[in-house]
Design a protein around this ligand. Structure first.
Ligand SMILES: C[S@@+](CC[C@H](N)C(=O)[O-])C[C@H]1O[C@@H](n2cnc3c(N)ncnc32)[C@H](O)[C@@H]1O
Length: 196
């Protein structure tokens, strides 16, 4: 769709037109979502070392994620109290930067932080605090997936420099790369790290 038309149609309507039913689960079939659900999530589902995970940020199209990640103990947080209503059973209304007030060190094997940096935690200082908070609750060797839009107004300032203080870049076997860039006009990408 040409960018000029896109602006005329409300985002909620555009997204609903991308809904697909797959394996009894409604999903948002944008390329970035398909990559998360069909490539990244299955990688972790198949691993014995991934038993407990934290998903940061809830949205209507992530309601089914406790089922997507079935087999992994699924926890979520969102800073917005309104998200409690659509979140799964193990949910806290909490800012990413305050994780340590609820979760002890080494709690999680995996943190997925998709669409949060650039959507609330935007400055280098805020991103650094968010990354530190992830490192504090991940076990050594635990995985961090950062999903973000590499575009003006959303871009993370110096992700590598900020993450490099506590994390190493890691190749996700399913992707055969330490990051994935999706074919979206908003340049959504995923970066993979493990906690040092
Ligand atoms: C674009 S949605 C992303 C939802 C989901 N993580 C995904 O995969 O698309 C952004 C969500 O992040 C939440 N958020 C923003 N800042 C946050 C923070 N500091 N801590 C936790 N959640 C935050 C917002 O309330 C919003 O629900």
């Amino acid at each position: 769709m040409p960018p000029s038309w896109r602006r005329l149609i409300p985002r909620s309507v555009r997204l609903r037109s991308r809904l697909r039913l797959k394996n009894g689960r409604w999903r948002l079939a944008t390329p970035d979502r398909v990559m998360l659900e069909d490539v990244i999530a299955p990688e972790f589902l198949g691993r014995r070392d991934i038993r407990r995970m934290l998903d940061v940020g809830v949205a209507w199209y992530t309601r089914t994620y406790p089922r997507l990640y079935r087999g992994i103990e699924y926890h979520s947080i969102d800073v917005d109290p309104a998200m409690q209503r659509i979140a799964g059973r193990r949910h806290h209304t909490l800012s990413l930067t305050d994780l340590a007030t609820v979760y002890p060190a080494d709690t999680f094997d995996l943190v997925v932080c998709n669409g949060v940096f650039g959507w609330g935690l935007d400055t280098a200082e805020q991103v650094a605090r968010g990354l530190d908070a992830c490192a504090d609750v991940l076990r050594p060797g635990g995985w961090l997936v950062v999903g973000w839009n590499d575009m003006e107004g959303r871009r993370i300032p110096d992700l590598d420099g900020l993450a490099g203080r506590r994390f190493d870049r890691a190749v996700l076997p399913a992707a055969r790369a330490d990051h994935l860039v999706t074919p979206t006009h908003y340049a959504h990408r995923y970066d993979f790290f493990t906690r040092r």
